[in-house]
Structure formats: structure tokens, C-alpha cells
Write a protein that binds this ligand. Structure first.
Ligand code: HEC
Length: 203
């Protein structure tokens, strides 16, 4: 009695094995096709936009969320604060404090790559300029017409931030203060050209 079911069992095992192989081939084939398809879709999309990057934030939002906090992190790391209690000299002292300033400098450096990315608008739709500021739509036009100049201002921020980075790596507080002042001027250069040219007072 025990011998009778054995061939059936073997047969069904073979069937299962065949089915598994078929399934793997069919499934694998489908997987391959869908991978190829999605690669095609992705490359078509890239070809259309010419870039693998995707832009989400406007320049205004990038300034507010990334550029300004990073610059503040560099500037605020060194300060002389006078109070009734006396003069407090704030500067990075521990390795952790220097590391913190360094993070901000790196963020600022890389943020300039984001600022000059193709297709980024000045501000969200409906944003209202304040007195003396250009309308964001005008800023868009201005940037598009003067891309090299816009990029050069971002490069000024990079160059001055690299000076700050060198000062940070040398633990040189004085040099960091000097570089901080230069970063500020670099920011201002772009702002008086692209953001509020009418209110730019001659220096
Ligand atoms: C390459 C040009 C460029 C550089 C460099 C630049 N900015 Fe800006 N920034 C702009 C433009 C353009 C706007 C105005 C966007 C708008 O409101 O339409 C702006 C706006 C701002 C705002 C206002 C954001 C808000 O919420 O309204 C702040 C703050 C700011 N920038 C800080 C900085 C700081 C700090 C630096 C330097 C570390 C800097 N920016 C460097 C182009 C630049």
C-alpha cells in the first residue's frame, strides 16, 4: 500500500518543479521587461528635461530654509557681546563647536549649487514683493537673461565660504570673522542686483 502513492508523489513534485521553473522564467522575464520599460521611461523623462535633478523649492524658500540659517550658523559662531555684566567673546572652543560651524559652512557651500539650478523660480505664485523689491516674475526674467552673472554671485558666496572653511579647519577665529564679512558682501552683491536693484544705495 505504501508503494502506490509514491509515483504520484514523485509526479506531483516534478510538476511542482516544472511549474516553479516556468514561473521563474515567466516572472523573471516580466521583471526584466518592466525594468527595461521603466529605464526607458526614466531616460525619456531625463532627455526631455535634460537633467536628473528635480526642483521643488523657490529661491525665496531656499534662502529662508537653507542659505540664511547656514550663513547665520557661520556668522553667529563668532561675536563680541557687550552687556552690563561685561564683554562676552563668543567663539567656537571645543571640537564639537568647531564641527558645528563647519557643518553650516558646508551647507552654505552646497546650497549655492541649489540656488543656481536650472528651472528654479524666485518665489511661489502670488508672493508679493515688499517696498523696493522686484516682483518675483521680474526676478525670474532678470535671472534668465543674466545667468552668468547670477551664477557668478553664487560663486562669490562659495569662494568666501571656502575662506571661512579654511579658517575653521585652522581654528582661526580672526580669519573666520574676516571671511564672515566677505560672505555677507557676496550675499548682498546678488541681492542688490537681482532682488532690490532700485533700493541699492551706492556704497
Ligand atoms: C545668486 C544670487 C543670490 C545669492 C548669492 C544670495 N541670495 Fe538671497 N536671495 C536671492 C534672491 C533672488 C532673493 C529674492 C527671492 C524672492 O523673494 O523673490 C533672495 C532672498 C533672500 C532672503 C529672503 C527670503 C524670504 O523668506 O523672503 C534671505 C533671508 C536671503 N536671500 C539670504 C541670503 C544670504 C544670507 C545669502 C548669502 C549667504 C544670500 N541670500 C545669497 C538671491 C541670492
Amino acid at each position: 500500500m505504501a508503494a502506490a502513492p509514491r509515483p504520484r508523489l514523485r509526479l506531483s513534485r516534478t510538476t511542482v518543479a516544472i511549474l516553479l521553473v516556468c514561473g521563474a522564467v515567466a516572472g523573471g522575464g516580466r521583471w526584466y521587461v518592466s525594468r527595461a520599460e521603466s529605464a526607458q521611461v526614466a531616460s525619456a523623462r531625463e532627455a526631455k528635461s535634460g537633467s536628473p535633478f528635480k526642483v521643488f523649492a523657490t529661491i525665496q524658500e531656499l534662502m529662508d530654509s537653507t542659505v540664511d540659517p547656514a550663513a547665520d550658523g557661520v556668522w553667529d559662531s563668532v561675536a563680541v557681546i557687550s552687556t552690563e555684566a561685561g564683554v562676552e567673546k563668543r567663539e567656537p572652543r571645543t571640537p564639537e563647536e568647531w564641527q558645528e560651524v563647519r557643518r553650516h559652512a558646508l551647507t552654505l557651500l552646497e546650497a549655492m549649487n541649489l540656488v543656481v539650478m536650472e528651472g528654479r523660480h524666485a518665489a511661489p505664485p502670488g508672493a508679493q514683493p515688499k517696498l523696493g523689491e522686484l516682483d518675483p516674475k521680474q526676478i525670474d526674467v532678470l535671472i534668465r537673461a543674466n545667468k552668468p552673472s547670477f551664477a557668478a554671485f553664487a560663486d562669490d558666496v562659495r569662494a568666501t565660504t571656502l575662506e571661512a572653511l579654511a579658517a575653521i579647519d585652522k581654528r582661526d577665529v580672526k580669519a573666520l570673522v574676516v571671511a564672515g564679512g566677505k560672505i555677507d558682501q557676496a550675499c548682498e552683491g546678488c541681492h542688490v542686483t537681482f532682488w532690490y536693484p532700485e533700493s541699492a544705495a551706492p556704497r
